[in-house]
Design a protein around this ligand. Structure first.
Ligand code: APR
Ligand code: ZN
Length: 255
């Protein structure tokens, strides 16, 4: 962490954080665009995360999400999540804020003790009916490990309308983002004096366009990612490493 960035982080009163799958990678949740293990290596997120895929093969898509849900429940937040939670508490105590908007459907930020402003792509533990939108409460699935291919299972039918299928309450490719979450994130970025982009490949719109709001205003942008991304060129600072190491290192520079 160079001194200029450390000084900016030290002085920042309002920080906005945009996080993606990479922040949960060190917890053991594979990111979308890295090779998956076990049964799923044959599928890409683009093949499974669409309304069309669910229509075509509901059991395949349902089982994939139930497996991911079980995995997310079985893992723990990592030092990256914890550092953000700590920074958020410090800023809140000092009358500032740290707003977290995540593309992740896991709850690892929350379990690290942070408050999340926006889940831009929904929440994998929530379910609703494809037809009538009724909320469905489902028991959490058990976790059978990475390699064991779970047997494909049909999604349950809706108890409310009885015809619709239950789906995870998340945003699939081609679907709209929850408007409130998106607008709250835009407001947080506009109000921020420092913006961190952590663990996202920056290729899925519209979330990937959000950092541009900071760019327009001249707000310093920091990328935390071991790899170069589509967004790297627009960044003022780059912490080129895993967020579980880089975020605690950055926090150490802030008193
Ligand atoms: N720390 C930080 N970043 C990491 C780490 C790590 N330890 N490991 C990997 N990364 C980075 C990768 O270099 C990559 O840039 O995380 C990023 C993950 O990119 P994606 O898999 O594309 O995840 P994300 O950007 O969150 O995907 C966006 O696409 O499939 C949809 O809806 C899904 O929310 C998801 C969206
Ligand atoms: Zn229904």
């Amino acid at each position: 962490v160079d001194d200029e960035l450390a000084a900016l982080a030290q002085d920042a009163r309002h920080v906005a954080v945009l996080s993606g799958a990479g922040i949960s990678a060190e917890s053991g949740v594979p990111t979308f665009r890295e090779v998956q293990t076990g049964l799923w290596e044959r599928f890409s997120a683009e093949d499974l995360a669409t309304p069309e895929a669910f229509e075509e093969d509901p059991a395949l898509v349902w089982t994939w999400y139930r497996w991911r849900q079980s995995l997310v429940q079985a893992v723990e937040p990592n030092p990256g999540h914890l550092a953000l939670a700590q920074w958020q508490k410090r800023l809140a105590q000092a009358g500032g804020s740290l707003a977290i908007s995540t593309q992740n459907v896991d709850d690892l930020h929350e379990r690290a003790g942070a408050e999340v402003l926006a889940h831009l792509h929904g929440n994998i533990a929530a379910h609703r009916c494809t037809d009538c939108d009724a909320v469905a409460e489902l028991p959490a699935p058990g976790y059978d490990g990475f390699e064991a291919p779970p047997e494909a299972e049909d999604p349950p039918s809706c108890e409310h309308c009885t015809t619709g299928l239950i789906r995870p309450d998340i945003v699939w490719f081609g679907e709209a983002l929850p408007m409130e979450a998106f607008e709250a994130t835009m407001a947080a970025i506009r109000a921020a004096d420092l913006v961190l982009v952590v663990g996202t490949s920056g290729i899925v719109q519209p979330a990937a366009g959000l950092p541009l709001l900071a760019l327009e205003r001249g707000t310093p942008l920091v990328e935390v990612n071991p790899q170069e991304t589509e967004l790297s060129e627009t960044m003022d600072f780059v912490l080129r490493g895993p967020s579980g190491q880089m975020l605690p290192t950055l926090l150490e520079r802030i008193s």
